[in-house]
Design a protein around this ligand. Sequence first.
Ligand SMILES: C[S@@+](CC[C@H](N)C(=O)[O-])C[C@H]1O[C@@H](n2cnc3c(N)ncnc32)[C@H](O)[C@@H]1O
Length: 283
Amino acid sequence: MAISDSSSRILAGLLEARTGQQLTMSRRWRIETALSSVLRARKIESIDELIAELVMNKDARLSEEVVEALLNNETYFFRDRAPFDMLHKELLPSIRTARASERKLSIWSAGCSTGQEAYSIAMMIAEDPLAWAGWDIEIVGTDVSRAVIDRAREGTFTHFEVQRGLGIQQTIRWFEEKGDQWRVVDQIRSKVRFEARSLFDAPPRPGKFDLVLCRNVLLYFDNNKRRMAFDRMAEAVKPDGGLLLGAGETVIGQTERFAADRDMRGIYRLTGGENADRRATGT
Ligand SMILES: C[S@@+](CC[C@H](N)C(=O)[O-])C[C@H]1O[C@@H](n2cnc3c(N)ncnc32)[C@H](O)[C@@H]1O
């Protein structure tokens, strides 16, 4: 099924207006596959018919379904592993030292998709009970897509999703079998809160976080939107807190609000007096 240029322009405009994400030429080949489930569910024959429906009937629910289908929600537990090892061995212990008197830790997973990133952190903390005994811990995940947030809240994953990133021991410890699916146990689910919200809206609550994760979200923003997203996150990170980006993402040439931490790979610190000794030179 060929998609006309005008149809892909309308879809690209809709996606960008709702999420800031660009439907670049290299992603356009995905349109048909991405929208096939919407077409099937709505009994719509073609993408052009879908566009006509969107333009003429202004069906808000349909346009939300279309935007959600066009988003890339790829994620898995302990994605890329190394950043989680770094959090476990370096960043979280440093926060524990810095907050030893108040014993409060707050983490925001921005663009959390179906919740694996937030749940991975909750599991990591639960696996270190002595270190975190008596701590008040907040983990919040947000995503622009209501569909993925509903799934994240439900905390139920297929066998394939659980296998991607988790070993047998962790699966048995932190999930219960529900038919052919796996549900995150209450002990972990109750530690994580999810909210449908765009990065361009206010952060999930007033006040600042010790750690913000925004991994594999900024890739499809244009430079202007990426800068705006960095500004949002700069307002949400504590002066001595950290921002963790995805493996292929950087702040270089994108924002002056953050700079790479000299010692912790993937962690970015707010620029400003307090962090001068933590920043890598030249970034
Ligand atoms: C590729 S997933 C990454 C998930 C997770 N952070 C990871 O690295 O595994 C990107 C997520 O960002 C979300 N997203 C895209 N634009 C967004 C925006 N403006 N605000 C919040 N979330 C957004 C998408 O819906 C998607 O679930």
